[in-house]
Design a protein around this ligand. Sequence first.
Ligand code: ZN
Length: 328
Amino acid sequence: MRNLALLPKAHLHLHLEAGMSTALLVELAQKYKREVPVISGFGNFAAFSDTYVAATDVLRDRDDWELLAEDICRSHVEDGAVYLEPAFWAGNYRHIFDSDEQCWDLVFDVFDDAARSSGLELKFMVPVDRVKDSPDEAMALARFAIRNRDRVVSFGLHNDEVGHPPGDFIDAFRHAVDGGLLSTPHAGELESGQFVVDSLDLLNADRIGHGVRSVELPDLLERLASERVCLDVCPTSNIMLGVYPDIASHPLPQILAAGISCSINADDPILFGSTLLGEYEVCRSSFGFDDECIAGLARTSIEFSSISEAVKAAAFAGIDDWLNSDSN
Ligand SMILES: [Zn+2]
């Protein structure tokens, strides 16, 4: 069996702080004499929220952020990633920083350093929090993202879809797309495939976070394939949040069979126990994908990333080398 860690890949759907390892969470929780919550159940996001709150709560000074950046970059190099596009929402740190920009400056700084020293390419997604951000705040985020186009490549839409349709944020997404950013909203996870349709029609989506419930609309599958929209799929997350009861019910094989481009991602590793490499292992062990198919998923992740041309060419060559290598 070929070693999946040696397959070059890009991680396109990762919520930044949730990329913290459990070891770092424990270390920082000790520093601040804070309890580490135990995840006691799953099936809905509330069961995980204490852990997410803990991860954000232990990021207080520059040292903490440096440790997080090193932690995330190190684990991604181990998983065979060559490119990382984490999404970060600065609103959780308003009690520490004078402005979201000040928080972002620190994040840019520490992740630039960590990515450079680990040989990773890293660009950011600026997401709108569809529950907490008003349309005006979303527009301010779009302006911020465009001002920072050297580090930001995509504009996302996160948090619970229910009650927060894509149509609430048309102006901000139009501004972001006009400014040269990729449109990468979450859709079709906790809400129906219609939210994917609306994300295409109203937000000009280039990639969709999740999008798995597109299978409920056969015409939509055809459209996603013909318009070459990538779904940034996170199988373990979908099971942990109860979108599907088990991996055997997950529609990824059906989506791929419909000719749709999909990347494989971990979403919130510290919440779901997922890793980028682990999700590729799920593709092999649970979906039974062969190495040709898995290499195709890695190729898609690179193709739909904003990686520089030289690194992209090297990654494609590395994927071919991996497939050509001895499988034993
Ligand atoms: Zn997500």
